[in-house]
Design a protein around this ligand. Sequence first.
Ligand code: PNS
Length: 166
Amino acid sequence: MRMAIYPGSFDPLTNGHLDIIQRASKIFDRVVVAVAKNESKSSLFSISQRQELVTRCVGHLPNVEVDTFTGLLVNYAERHGTDVIIRGLRAVSDFEFEFQMALMNRKLNEHVETIFMMPKDTYTFLSSGLVKEIARLGGDVGAFVPVPVREALASVFAPVPSQTTV
Ligand code: PNS
């Protein structure tokens, strides 16, 4: 039984994340999406909201579960009996940080392997940060996130009337 962990902040989940989850679910018998509670990063949605949103968006994938974690990712992986971590790579700009993180995780636990997966090319420009900014400024994020996430963003950000300076 091949199991993999797909960790991230998912603040919030985008169509790019979902694309990676779907691809991973075809390769692995079991995929655990691990939503990180990162104390050093402020998030728009609470850990339980992020977990719930991801859960609602992966209901069609029977071999995918959603969990939360705190602390070191390699420790979480070990506790769950897996040595495979999946990370998405959108563009070369992602590479440096991901490379550093993968090698550091390997240093912390030599058994851990990080597998990089590329999302569909149409999602390579997507990020949770940009989605939040667009939603905050009243833009339509319907093409970038699953419906439950769009609704959650809409409930956080009331429409902003556009300002004109004379
Ligand atoms: O979606 P993100 O914010 O790019 O995900 C980053 C995440 C959560 C995977 C990373 O910050 C992480 O693994 N955090 C857990 C703490 C940890 O293990 N840090 C050492 C990484 S080398």
